[in-house]
Design a protein around this ligand. Structure first.
Ligand code: F0G
Length: 429
């Protein structure tokens, strides 16, 4: 059985202790029984489930359940199974092989569904009915969807006016209680942490269960992004995996997945991780740059990539470990770099929301600095769907955003309603 261990004070819990965080406030780490797992032919087991029609095997999360945790009843929407797209134009331009793992293809349009199915199943199995998260948008959309589908009460706490419209519309449509608070994500997260401290493991049905990535079961679910990438590459690890970073749950999950896959012999080399923050919301980048000397939160974070507009990421210690154990790097991308990378991914016919484009912005920087070598294989993770934030896309292409390179701007044209005007507009006069 896996165990929950607090890295801060070394207190240990069984899964049946119904704990989300430690008494000391530390974030719990789910420790896998790797020696036992080594006795199973995991590659064969996982490969045999590909193409399955029925749950749990048909879920791109629960397919890897041996590496998650035991749970009686899963709450699944068949999440995962997202595509790994080749990006030939971008690869040629950069002289490397770039693939994009499109997590926007999950049921609610972001990678959050992977952590959500895991953590909500963990909570519901101990009798919880009320689920809460703070969110920059995607977690709230995912929580709302899973709660609606399973007749559970969803409560989402979001910074008023600061989340993209696609995400807000999902939370409302799925029927969650949407509580908008003044302030930013960090203020909302503080409230949720407070709620988490009031969780009573003896009385889960009356308590409110926290589904942010402080919850260790979220991390376990999100590990499957990496596991699925590795399986799609026939268990040949890429040289790099590059991802956007906000609250740092995903960075934590990726490092854990890579280490476990390596220790279990599923892969024979570890891909290097690159976590990419927005320049205006870059506390983890600063921490890395200081040689892990000092973590300082950023007051009033600001970025057009609202998903990662976070100044006080909860999982910075777990994420530090991920960077260290994968010989990884932390980068920051400017607004201009994010918007240009997004326009490039969109123009390749793949598309993503602004935060996701940090992946390509980071890949470009690493190629330029020589850290990524010619011919290397890089997986960029696209965390959310293009339609999550239609305003940013339309504003960009309408010329309403200041960008240094407007070459990709695709302005809509207004024409007379006649054929001559159409022929003129398409250059066939
Ligand atoms: N990309 C997208 C599209 C996101 O929604 C998030 C986080 C991230 C990247 C960063 O991931 O937090 O694990 O480092 N969104 C959270 C939310 C905070 O509330 O939806 P992270």
């Amino acid at each position: 059985m896996p165990k929950l261990i607090c890295p801060a004070c070394d207190q240990r819990f069984n899964l049946t202790d119904n704990r989300v965080v430690c008494d000391c406030g530390g974030l719990l780490n789910l420790v896998q029984p790797l020696e036992k797992l080594k006795k199973q032919n995991l590659k064969e087991i996982f490969d045999s489930r590909l193409g399955a029609r029925e749950l749990p095997d048909a879920s791109g999360v629960w397919r890897y359940r041996e590496l998650l945790f035991p749970v009686e009843k899963i709450m699944s929407r068949g999440e995962g199974n997202t595509r790994l797209y080749p990006a030939p134009q971008i690869s040629v331009e950069l002289d490397v092989e770039v693939l994009f793992k499109h997590e926007g293809e999950n049921p609610s349009g972001s990678f959050k569904d992977r952590g959500m199915t895991a953590a909500i199943s963990a909570g519901a199995n101990i009798g919880c009915r009320n689920f809460v998260c703070a969110s920059t948008g995607n977690t709230s959309a995912s929580l709302a969807s899973y709660c609606a589908a399973n007749d559970l009460n969803g409560i989402v706490i979001i910074p008023e006016g600061k989340i993209a419209f696609g995400k807000l519309s999902q939370a409302l449509a799925f029927g969650a209680k949407v509580l908008q608070v003044e302030g930013d994500f960090d203020a909302a997260m503080q409230l949720v942490n407070e709620l988490g401290r009031r969780f009573n493991p003896e009385n889960p049905s009356e308590s409110v269960y926290v589904l942010n990535s402080v919850n260790p079961f979220r991390i376990e679910g999100q590990k499957t992004i990496v596991l699925e990438i590795l399986q799609q590459l026939a268990w040949e690890a890429p040289d790099w995996i590059v991802l956007p970073a906000g609250n740092l749950g995903n960075t934590s999950a990726f490092g854990k997945a890579i280490s476990e896959a390596f220790d279990l012999g599923l892969i024979d080399k570890k891909p290097r991780l690159a976590a990419v923050q927005a320049t205006g919301a870059n506390p983890f980048f600063n921490y890395f740059k200081s040689g892990w000397e000092k973590f300082e939160s950023v007051e009033n974070p600001e970025t057009i990539a609202t998903a990662i507009k976070i100044g006080n990421p909860q999982s910075f210690l777990r994420a530090k470990r991920s960077i260290e154990t994968t010989n990884g790097i932390v980068l920051e991308a400017t607004e201009d770099e994010i918007l240009d990378a997004k326009a490039t991914i969109d123009a390749a016919g793949i598309g993503c929301e602004p935060a996701s484009a940090c992946s390509l912005a980071g890949i470009r920087q690493l190629v330029k600095s020589g850290e990524i070598k010619p011919g290397q294989k890089i997986v960029g993770v696209l965390t959310g769907h293009l339609l999550k934030d239609p305003d940013t896309t339309v504003n960009y292409h309408s010329g309403r955003l200041a960008v240094s390179n407007a070459a990709r701007v695709n302005r809509p044209q207004k024409i007379e309603a006649d054929l001559d005007a159409i022929f003129k507009a398409i250059g066939r006069e």
